[in-house]
Design a binder for this molecule. Structure first.
Ligand code: F0G
Length: 374
């Protein structure tokens, strides 16, 4: 039987709070690979498994597509003609693409500078109205909430509960792929929507509800059949210059090379604490250097290219394995939230050290090859 995968809304319609008749606005998102890191596991001498959920392979190159397909499907079903978001880049790329697909307007509010080139290029190409404010993401978020209260436009940031409903499907895919939930699940944390969404997914996968879910608030009256009998310990990693969960409150002037998670005032503060408590997990922080080192290591040793923010999940996992906080022998899943090509400037910083200039002659190439293989 021919089978064309047509995206999350069709794949998980019975587990999503959208009407049976709603036309799915999809780009074939989801169904991303779960890649086993054989080389790095050997390098660090870990007796368990590390797998990365490569969300950078979604249509616009980040996990945001999971949330956006559901949020835009619902918005269009309700008759919306425009969507709006504040964004460090990936949400705006996804909002722009899905709005284009739906034939509605996207207005995206981005910080002044500090937005990766690839992400801005996407918003431009998909025809979004791009508003650059003199302020950071948190200021943009405040502005978008104000506009949402007075103008006929749907907010598609993760405060829109349909976003988290879409993003929870990543947990279903992981449980499907492994046959059970992993022991640990590591994620980079900015607004903390994604870690909350994963917890909702894992909780539904054991046939229950959680207070972190805006739809059932822990009192799920129509649980689905259990797919697994356990949930992972959830670990959330932030960049040190932008780590409100580690400081115990908002950070006024967040800064990090991982611009995607340059957020000082997370919107899902309470639900993320529910996740931490219910799962027995923890938050931690990583320096920019640790994040970039891990991004490079993953690319060089495993052939997987993620953007800096995404590398925080793996950097944290590797450090906690080394420290013995993650038990040897466990199965660890790290979400790689966005593709490395999103942020070419970061990748190209070390390019001059990698590029060798030689005359266009066979001998020069042969010499280089011989040197490399020696
Ligand atoms: N990783 C990437 C690549 C992101 O783009 C984001 C968030 C996160 C991690 C953090 O996820 O906010 O759910 O905790 N990016 C948002 C944006 C803020 O505007 O694109 P979170």
């Amino acid at each position: 039987m021919p089978h064309r995968y047509t995206g999350l809304v069709e794949a998980y319609r019975n587990r999503l709070p959208i009407s049976a008749e709603a036309r799915a606005i999809s780009l074939g998102e989801g169904n991303t690979p779960l890649i086993e890191l054989d080389n790095l596991v050997r390098d660090v001498g870990f007796g368990g498994r590390i797998l990365v959920k490569y969300e950078g392979l979604n249509p616009t190159g980040s996990f945001k597509d999971r949330g956006m397909t559901v949020a835009v499907t619902q918005a269009v079903d309700e008759g919306a003609r425009a969507v709006i978001c504040a964004s460090t880049g990936n949400t705006s790329a996804a909002a722009a693409a899905y709005a284009a697909r739906a034939g509605i307007t996207a207005l995206v509010v981005v910080p002044d500078g500090k937005i990766a080139a690839g992400k801005l290029a996407q918003a431009v190409m998909h025809g979004a109205v791009i508003v650059q404010i003199e302020g950071n993401f948190d200021a943009g978020m405040r502005l978008v909430k104000e506009v949402g209260e007075t103008s006929p436009v749907t907010i598609v940031n993760s405060i829109n509960p349909y976003r988290l409903q879409g993003q929870k499907t990543a947990a279903f895919e992981i449980v499907d792929a492994l046959g059970a939930a992993p022991d640990y699940h590591c994620l980079p944390v900015g607004n903390a929507g994604n870690i909350t969404a994963h917890w909702i997914g894992y909780t539904e996968a054991i046939g229950q509800g959680t207070p972190a879910c805006a739809f059932c608030a822990g009192d799920c009256r129509a649980p689905h059949p259990a797919m697994t009998d356990r949930r992972p310990v959830m670990l959330g990693f932030q960049a040190s210059g932008s780590a409100p969960f580690m400081r115990g409150g908002p950070v006024a002037d967040p800064d990090t090379v991982a611009t995607a998670i340059r957020i000082g005032d997370p919107q899902s503060w309470e639900p993320a604490h529910v996740v931490q408590k219910e799962s027995g997990g923890w938050f931690d922080e990583l320096s920019d250097e640790e994040i970039l080192d891990t991004q490079a290591k993953l690319a060089e040793r495993e052939g997987v290219f993620c953007e800096p923010a995404s590398a925080a999940s793996l950097a944290g996992a590797l450090r906690d394995i080394k420290r013995g906080k993650i038990a040897d022998g466990s199965t660890v899943v790290c979400t790689l939230t966005g593709h490395g090509l999103k942020d070419p400037e970061i990748a190209m910083r070390g390019a001059l050290d990698h590029i060798v200039k030689v005359p266009a002659e066979r001998g020069a190439i042969a010499d280089l090859l011989a040197k490399k293989m020696a």
